[in-house]
Design a binder for this molecule. Structure first.
Ligand SMILES: Cc1cc2nc3c(=O)[nH]c(=O)nc-3n(C[C@H](O)[C@H](O)[C@H](O)COP(=O)(O)O)c2cc1C
Ligand SMILES: Nc1ncnc2c1ncn2[C@@H]1O[C@H](COP(=O)(O)OP(=O)(O)OP(=O)(O)O)[C@@H](O)[C@H]1O
Length: 272
């Protein structure tokens, strides 16, 4: 994050910032246009929403801010859903910056945070800190305690607190299927990396640490909780290499049959 985005000072055109809590938003920041949700993977549906927010921001000369929750709310609340991470928070932010977002604000999602009512959340995050003038969300957004807030709730609160609310129609991934992080995770679970790429708008990318595997090959070790395709053989791109055949094992590892990969942090794009 870079400092100095306060007191009605607009960021310069290259400047993008990542705040890891509401408390990191500089006093006096805003006004702004905000888009809201988890945004794991930043798929094509998310990109539609971000485009809309960035467009509003440009038209009003306001920075577009993406508010995201981490970890995934369903994981924190123990809901029976696959919440394997499609992207780290840093990658999520970089993808959003690439689409024109100027600031990403990560809200650590805890049980205590989940207990905030829709109006408390709106007041603390959108009004006090970000001074939202417009809020752009998908038509199915829910927020606040017991997921009680909807786009209509947001619209009512906005009318009272001085921001406009814009619900964006949901983009399908393919006929009859909404483009969602859940859909991408389901594609990966069945090894359909092409389906995942169609929804994401790019190949699924997995980050981790490369190291020699002791058998004349290289392995990428990924953190638990990361969404990997089902165990099996795929085509991957890494660094300047590929596509190469790669093997996903059941132990959060991807085997690459070459030794020329530099050990250390890196990632693989699953292209087929
Ligand atoms: C302040 C706040 C409190 C929340 N509390 C709950 C909750 O009690 N139960 C729940 O299932 N989800 C809760 N959520 C999660 C939302 O319902 C929703 O999953 C999240 O905001 C992501 O939005 P989306 O998946 O609808 O795009 C809360 C979200 C926020 C911002
Ligand atoms: N297909 C879509 N088209 C337009 N907006 C979307 C689409 N999917 C999600 N959104 C919106 O993007 C924001 C972020 O949503 P979120 O990350 O919760 O999406 P998701 O893909 O449904 O995630 P998950 O499947 O993990 O619940 C929300 O405002 C949501 O309404």
């Amino acid at each position: 994050m870079r400092a100095g985005l306060g007191a009605d000072v607009r960021p310069s055109s290259e400047e993008c910032v990542l705040w890891r809590a509401l408390g990191e938003v500089p006093a006096g920041f805003g006004p702004s246009v905000v888009t809201l949700g988890v945004f794991d993977g930043v798929h094509r549906g998310h990109a539609r929403l971000i485009d809309r927010a960035v467009g509003f921001g440009r038209a009003r000369n306001l920075p577009a801010v993406l508010v995201t929750f981490d970890p995934h709310p369903a994981r924190v609340l123990g809901l029976p859903r696959d919440t394997a991470a499609l992207s780290t928070v840093e990658r999520r932010a970089d993808l959003a910056f690439g689409l024109g977002i100027r600031a990403v604000c990560v809200l650590p999602f805890t049980r205590e945070f989940a207990a905030l009512s829709p109006s408390e959340f709106v007041e603390r995050a959108l009004v006090e800190r970000l001074r939202a003038e417009a809020v752009v969300v998908g038509a199915d957004l829910t927020f606040g305690h017991r997921a009680a807030g909807t786009v209509d709730t947001l619209r009512e609160l906005g009318e009272q607190r001085g921001f406009t609310t814009h619900g964006v129609g949901l983009l399908p991934a393919e006929a009859g299927v909404r483009c969602s992080s859940t859909h991408v995770r389901a594609c990966l679970r069945r090894g359909d990396v092409r389906g995942a790429a169609r929804a994401l708008g790019r190949p699924h990318h997995v980050e981790g640490t490369f190291r020699p595997d002791g058998h004349g090959r290289t392995e990428l070790v990924v953190a638990s909780g990361t969404a990997l395709p089902a165990p099996g053989r795929y085509w991957g791109r890494l660094g300047g290499l590929g596509p190469l055949p790669v093997w996903v094992t059941g132990e959060q590892r991807v085997i690459v049959p070459v030794t020329s990969v530099r050990p250390g942090p890196g990632g693989i794009d699953f292209v087929a």
